[in-house]
Design a protein around this ligand. Structure first.
Ligand SMILES: Nc1ncnc2c1ncn2[C@@H]1O[C@H](COP(=O)(O)OP(=O)(O)OP(=O)(O)O)[C@@H](O)[C@H]1O
Ligand SMILES: [Mg+2]
Length: 579
């Protein structure tokens, strides 16, 4: 984990190394100050030697200034290193997430990914800063101050060693108890983020169902839980300070008590006792810092694990070397394809199937909800990989085709589609960044979107909100179709993309596609048979299996599933005027 994370330090290696070095210099200076102080007291004050006092006094000021100087340098280097490390870590995370396939994304909720990129990285950044500053400072200080103290008076310094085991035992107890609670804290953060994100995304639905109170309750429950975990964790951590102070003061008391006796028997000077007391302070301060470092690394372990998880997640869809950089035509073949979202053959979502679609054909796909229509078409642009068998586009296995080439040639309008904040034009250009104004208008005409766009006050420069919430459902669908058409694809997949469009407009879109894009293979998933009735062939899916594949007339005769759906839609309570 450490290795994985430290790979993100990169250009900040220098600062990361400099900071502890500067700190060493600072510590050495700080540790030598009490020695000079002792000398000043013993040989200056006690002996009444003014020259000596001035001389040592000047040296003390100089050392203090130098130590301050190194302290500032160290702080600056540490700040640069930790902020830079966090920046790189965020970028690496984001970069890796962009490479995620749909099945990678199924594993993480977006709220959890957001927590990882924000809160988790900030925590790791703080721990990192702490580590390169205090993590270097406290052991150095501890060792140097100990050496000095033992040199002044070895027997007296043994007192430290007696207190140390108590301190260490106490600290271990605290960490053991606090760590699991902090892990829970971060899991709760995930929940909190999810609640907020879901609420904001669905705020219109929340309002229309008058669910505000329920949402408020859900949020307060989660923040209450978070509060309780924090209090519990802090409850343990709060023990650190008293433990430290108890150790500091007992050390001081013992040293003063034994030291006073030693002074009386002239085995030690006043100055030496003074510096011993200062070293006691330094040693215990550094222990305090060490415990803070421990606390921080304990706290940051959970976020660090969660970050590493995302960094370690291998994109499940990767490209082969020497991938084919072209798609010959728009033919599609399924060869003994089966598919399961978990990659596990025991829970199949599509059962082994064969299917051949000629280039340029229009294929309608129909079937009940959950029958696997979206799952089937997602295999063509390789949004998911087959569990078994192979999908061939233009005669080549999709796994052998360059991913970018494949996805440019296979345009898919997803069932749950979205637009991005930006102008209409910017959104359309996702389909083709180099499209001219005529191209844009042309695609929009085909998708029957040009008319309503021109009626907007700002036309193609109209700003769309995040998710395209300021246009109607049918308008959004037509914009999404236009965006896909701009790719000039060899295969066009519309997954229930005209469900919110009125039947007349839908008919015009179909007609435009038929006349203007005759060579493009079109796969159209629909709920209404009327939407696909005149397709070259219709695929009927039933529970992940192909139940029929033929023309409307053939299926009416041969396929009971199809006939029942047709009858229910024409005779039953369907309000579809054209059916
Ligand atoms: N990302 C996913 N992870 C796991 N299972 C999924 C996922 N998406 C869909 N499924 C499951 O796969 C099955 C087929 O779903 P699919 O979306 O292909 O149905 P569909 O025919 O498109 O339905 P609809 O008409 O409602 O769009 C369903 O049982 C569904 O629960
Ligand atoms: Mg679907």
């Amino acid at each position: 984990m450490i290795k994985k994370l430290s790979a993100s330090i990169r250009e900040f290696k220098k600062d990361t190394l400099l900071s502890p070095l500067f700190i060493m210099a600072e510590v050495l200076l700080e540790v030598s100050i009490p020695l000079i102080m002792a000398d000043l007291v013993d040989r200056g004050v006690e002996a009444g030697n003014m020259d000596h006092i001035l001389n040592r006094g000047f040296l003390l000021v100089l050392l203090a200034l130098l130590s301050l100087f190194f302290g500032v340098l160290a702080a600056n280097a540490a700040a640069r290193a930790s902020a830079g490390f966090a920046k790189n870590l965020r970028q690496d995370l984001f970069h890796n997430i962009q490479a995620f396939s749909f099945s990678n994304l199924d594993k993480y909720s977006s709220s959890s990914l957001i927590t990882r990129i924000t809160t988790d990285v900030t925590n790791v950044q703080q721990a990192f800063m702490m580590l390169i500053r205090m993590g270097a400072r406290s052991p150095a200080m501890l060792v140097f101050a100990m050496i000095m103290a033992f040199q002044i008076n070895g027997r007296l310094a043994l007192i430290y060693l007696a207190v140390l085991p108590f301190l260490a035992g106490g600290l271990i107890f605290i960490m053991r108890n606090a760590l699991p609670i902090f892990e829970k804290v971060f899991q709760t953060y995930d929940v909190l983020n999810r609640v907020v994100q879901e609420n904001l995304r669905g705020i219109r639905v929340v309002k229309s169902f008058v669910r505000e109170d329920h949402e408020i309750q859900k949020f307060s429950d989660t923040s209450e839980t978070l509060y309780r975990y924090f209090v519990k964790a802090e409850h343990f951590l709060a023990g650190t300070m008293p433990l430290m102070q108890a150790s500091v003061y007992s050390c001081m008391l013992l040293i003063s008590w034994v030291g006073a006796k030693l002074i009386l028997s002239s085995e030690m000077s006043t100055g030496q006792l003074m510096s011993m007391i200062t070293y006691t302070m330094q040693i215990l301060m550094s222990l305090m810092m060490l415990s803070m470092v421990l606390v921080m690394s304990t706290i940051s372990r959970a976020p660090a694990v969660r970050i590493t998880e995302v960094l370690d997640e291998k994109p499940s869809i990767t490209q082969k070397e020497n991938a084919v950089a072209q798609v010959r035509d728009g033919s599609v073949r399924f060869r003994n394809v089966s598919f399961s979202y978990t990659g596990d053959a025991s829970s199949l979502c599509l059962w082994p199937m064969d299917l051949t679609i000629e280039s340029g054909q229009t294929i309608g796909i129909i079937g009940g909800t959950g029958s696997g229509k979206s799952s089937l078409v997602q295999l063509i642009p390789r949004l998911y990989d087959v569990t078994d068998g192979a999908v061939l586009v233009g005669g080549t296995d999709v796994r052998d085709i360059d991913l970018k080439t494949l996805r440019v040639n296979v345009a898919m309008v997803l069932q749950r589609n979205t637009l991005f904040s930006g102008t209409v034009e910017e959104n359309l250009r996702w389909g083709n960044p180099d499209a001219t104004a005529e191209d844009l208008a042309r695609a929009c005409e085909l998708a029957q979107a040009d008319g309503f766009i021109r009626r907007f006050e700002h036309g193609y420069d109209t700003r769309l909100e995040q998710g395209g919430t300021n246009v109607s459902g049918g308008q959004r669908q037509r914009l999404c179709i236009a965006r896909a058409l701009l790719k000039k694809p060899k295969i066009l997949i519309l997954d229930d993309s005209t469900s919110a469009v009125d039947t007349q407009t839908e008919a015009r879109i179909k007609e435009a596609l038929r006349n203007e894009m005759p060579d493009t293979t079109k796969l159209i998933i629909a709920q209404r048979i009327s939407s696909i009735q005149d397709a070259d062939r219709i695929l009927v899916l039933d529970n992940g299996r192909i139940s029929g594949f033929g023309t409307h007339d053939e299926l009416l005769v041969q396929n009971t599933v199809y006939r029942e759906v047709y009858e229910s839609q024409t005779k039953g309570g369907d309000f579809d005027v054209s059916a």
